[in-house]
Design a protein around this ligand. Structure first.
Ligand SMILES: Nc1ncnc2c1ncn2[C@@H]1O[C@H](COP(=O)(O)OP(=O)(O)OP(=O)(O)O)[C@@H](O)[C@H]1O
Ligand SMILES: [Mg+2]
Length: 242
C-alpha cells in the first residue's frame, strides 16, 4: 500500500461529500458543470471546495476568472478562497505553461497534491475530472474513497458510446453514481435517457445549449445567472445536493 494513502485519508476526513464530475468523453461540459455546481452550492451557504484534477488541460480557473490568488503554506498547502469556494488546481504551479506529464508522473502529481492540500472542513468537494477512463479516474477511485460520480454526456451517439463504458466501469467497481446529466441539448432525443435506463443509472435531466454561456466565462456572478446555471439548478433540486 502507498503510505501516502493514509495521509490523503486524513486530509479528506473532514469532507462530507466528494462529487466527481466525469465523462468518458472530452468537451461535454464537465468543467462548466463542476464549477457552476461548486458556485451554486456555495451560494446556498455550503462550505465548498473545487479541485481541478485535469492536469493536462486545467480549465476551472478560466471559468472562475482566477486572478492573483495563491495557496498558502501552513502544514501543507491551504487553497485560496475564490468567489467563496476553496479552489485547488495545478495552474498555481505551472501557470500558463503546458504540463506535459506522462502517465505515472500524472498519478504522482495527483497523489502529491491530495497529500499536501489542507481542505479543512467542507460540506462538498467537487472534482473536475479529465476526460476518459484513464489513470486519473482510477487514481481518484483509489485515493478519494467514497467519491460519488456525476456523469456528463451530450446527446451525441459518439459521446454516449464512451460514457456507457465509464458507467459500466463504475458499476463493476461498485462506485456510487449520482446519475447522468445530458448537456448541450439542442434537439429532442431520448438516447441518453434510454442509455441511463438500460444501465439502471438515474437520469438526472438535461441542460440546453446556451449560446450566451461563453460571455459568462470568467465571471462567476454572470455565470450563475445563465440559462445553463438555471437548467443545472433544476437538475440539482432533484438530487439530495441542494
Ligand atoms: N450547455 C452549454 N451550452 C453552450 N456551451 C456549452 C455548454 N456546456 C459547455 N459548453 C461549452 O463547451 C466547451 C466545453 O466545455 P467544458 O470545458 O466544460 O467541457 P469539458 O468536458 O470539461 O472538456 P474537457 O474534456 O476538455 O475537460 C466550453 O467552451 C463550454 O463553454
Ligand atoms: Mg474540463
Amino acid at each position: 500500500m502507498d503510505p501516502r494513502q493514509n495521509i490523503i485519508e486524513k486530509r479528506l476526513a473532514n469532507i462530507n461529500r466528494l462529487i466527481a464530475v466525469a465523462s468518458g468523453k472530452g468537451g461535454v461540459g464537465k468543467s462548466l458543470i463542476a464549477t457552476t455546481l461548486a458556485l451554486s452550492l456555495s451560494k446556498k451557504g455550503r462550505k465548498v471546495g473545487l479541485l481541478d484534477l485535469d492536469f493536462q488541460g486545467p480549465s476551472a480557473h478560466v471559468i472562475l476568472g482566477l486572478k492573483n490568488a495563491y495557496p498558502k503554506e501552513e502544514k501543507g498547502i491551504v487553497p485560496p478562497e475564490v468567489h467563496g469556494i476553496r479552489f485547488m488546481s495545478i495552474v498555481y504551479y505551472v501557470k500558463d505553461e503546458p504540463s506535459p506529464l506522462r502517465g505515472t508522473d500524472v498519478s504522482n502529481a495527483i497523489i502529491e497534491l491530495l497529500a499536501i492540500t489542507q481542505w479543512k472542513k467542507l460540506d462538498f468537494l467537487v472534482v473536475d475530472m479529465p476526460p476518459g477512463i484513464g489513470d486519473q479516474t482510477l487514481d481518484l477511485i483509489r485515493f478519494m474513497k467514497g467519491s460519488e460520480f456525476l456523469v456528463t454526456t451530450t446527446p451525441s451517439k459518439v459521446a454516449l458510446e464512451t460514457v456507457k463504458k465509464l458507467l459500466k466501469l463504475l458499476k463493476e467497481l461498485k462506485i456510487p453514481i449520482m446519475g447522468l446529466i445530458e448537456n448541450m441539448k439542442m434537439f429532442p432525443s431520448s438516447l441518453a435517457r434510454e442509455q441511463a435506463k438500460e444501465l439502471s443509472v438515474p437520469f438526472l435531466g438535461e441542460i440546453s445549449f446556451d449560446r450566451y454561456l461563453e460571455e459568462a466565462i470568467g465571471n462567476p456572478n454572470k455565470l450563475l445567472e445563465t440559462k445553463f446555471a438555471r437548467d443545472l439548478n433544476v437538475i440539482l433540486s432533484k438530487t439530495n445536493l441542494l
